[in-house]
Design a protein around this ligand. Structure first.
Ligand code: ZN
Ligand code: MN
Length: 471
């Protein structure tokens, strides 16, 4: 970044609530799973005279919960009415979108001010390239979060969104990054000259927001540097070319001709309602991190990694309790979940949920290692197979099937040690001359001969014993 230039970024983030039915009618919200224009009725496609049902209670509850978790003050004992926001686009058959006034205001998340949180309905889907409109999505509840222009770099905005999506996972009932759409507001200051604010509409991924900010930063800076003026306008993000393009000069609130929707009773939140929502509120990721460090005595780094993925955090706790809460078991659970399981999931490009593993799989695996039925090395192999099989087999079944148990039989180990000694006279000589590393080499050879199944302690004993004969 150039020291003569600074930028300010604010976001308007939309995410769907996973209610079964839409905001004002009983049509289902599984718009992606059914043929176009089948999940629709006169209410959600805006037929004149169609009477909306009272707004979906779950959608309101989740809006309140999101506002609460973002540190907002909830708007209490006041009409929270739906407004009609008018604009013309093929995805909006009624000519207006129904959107509430704020449910919560004045929040703060990661040092970014939260201006407001409100509830609204999703429009349909217009595909200009195909000339097709599908109204299945129309009327699905959305939560919108409006931030203050407090983010100063593309990296900061990206981190904010990542943390916000993680918070959504913790809250549940939200469809998260897959349905996220953000409007990105950005203005640039060049050597004290403040450019106008530009809005980039409908960016549908975190990566997209990051690219948009990078691009706009340079575009606006270059215009200001040449003495030009930044137009106050709305732009579109061209994902394939990774650029933004002017759409229209910016609408003002007047252009939308907001009016309260006369067909919908306003929502009035009281303290009982908010308390009921609070009683269902989950632990935040930050709270969980802190609790993991206090309750299990694990390091901050380990807590951060485990908590970064709610599913892993939950399985970690289950495994610890299944093994019995003590320091040794906790350390093993950290090693096998934080390190090994994550490694294997990343290799298979799946998340924990997709692996079909349950805490019992991991607990059993760790027990087999504790009682020395298998070595650590074999344990790594077993966890790989478990994930590849998507949890169809237990660790015990895998090691029995593949004959992976530790070899403790003396005769087999003695034979392997003798062979390793016979085949590696140089290492034997080194060892006899006082080179301790040579013993590790011989040990490695025995492991190779036994395909990693020899019990290490016994191998060392036997090797030392046998090597005495050579001195
Ligand atoms: Zn409907
Ligand atoms: Mn909106």
């Amino acid at each position: 970044m150039d020291e003569n230039v600074s930028m300010k970024c604010g976001l308007e983030i939309h995410v769907q609530v996973d209610t079964k039915s839409k905001l004002f009618c009983r049509c289902p919200t599984n718009y992606n799973e059914v043929p176009p224009n089948t999940n629709i009725c006169p209410v959600c496609i805006g037929h004149p005279g169609a009477r909306p049902m009272p707004p979906n209670k779950k959608a309101i509850d989740i809006a309140v919960m999101v506002a609460k978790m973002l540190g907002c003050e909830i708007v209490l004992n006041k009409d929270i009415y739906f407004q009609r926001k008018h604009y013309r686009y093929p995805d909006l058959p009624g000519g207006y979108q129904r959107t509430t006034v704020p449910v919560g205001v004045n929040g703060n998340f990661l040092d970014v001010g939260i201006t407001e949180v409100h509830l609204e309905e999703d429009p349909g889907q217009y595909k200009p390239d195909l000339g097709v409109v599908d109204y299945n999505r129309s009327g699905t509840p959305l939560i919108e979060i409006v931030t203050e222009p407090d983010m100063k770099t593309p990296e900061e905005a990206r981190e904010f969104l990542k943390q916000l999506m993680r918070l959504f996972k913790y809250i549940g009932h939200l469809r998260g990054e897959g349905t996220m759409r953000a409007d990105v507001n950005i203005s640039v200051n060049y050597k004290g000259i403040q450019g106008n604010r530009v809005e980039v509409k409908n960016v549908n991924s975190i990566k997209g927001v990051y690219k948009v900010l990078k691009y706009e930063y340079i575009r606006q800076k270059n215009i200001l540097r040449r003495g030009g003026e930044i137009k106050r306008e709305t732009r579109a993000y061209m994902e394939s070319q990774m650029i933004t393009k002017a759409m229209r000069s910016k609408e003002t609130a007047d252009d939308y001709r907001y009016i309260p929707d006369p067909d919908i009773q306003p929502i009035v939140l009281d303290s009982n309602w908010v308390e009921e929502v609070e009683s269902k509120m989950p632990e935040t990721p930050m709270e969980k991190e802190k609790r993991f460090m206090e309750e299990y005595g694990i390091k901050e780094g380990d807590a951060k990694v485990l908590v970064s993925d709610l599913a892993l955090a939950e399985v970690f706790e289950k495994v610890v309790h299944e093994l019995g809460v003590d320091e040794k078991n906790i350390n093993l659970a950290v090693t096998w979940i934080r390190n090994e399981l994550r490694r294997v999931l990343a290799y298979n490009k799946i998340d924990f949920f997709e692996s079909n593993l349950k805490s019992e799989h991991l607990t059993e695996l760790i027990k087999l290692i504790i009682d020395n039925t298998i070595s650590q090395k074999i344990g790594k192999r077993v966890i790989e197979i478990m994930v590849e099989n998507r949890g169809k087999k237990t660790p015990k079944e895998i090691i029995e099937e593949l004959g992976l148990t530790v070899i403790t039989n003396d005769d087999v180990l003695i034979n392997a040690c003798e062979e390793a000694i016979k085949n590696n006279p140089k290492a034997v000589e080194d060892y006899l001359n006082g080179n301790k590393v040579a013993l590790n080499f011989l040990m490695g050879q025995v492991m190779k001969l036994t395909r990693g199944r020899a019990e290490p302690k016994k191998v060392v004993e036997i090797l030392k014993e046998k090597l005495k004969d050579y001195s």
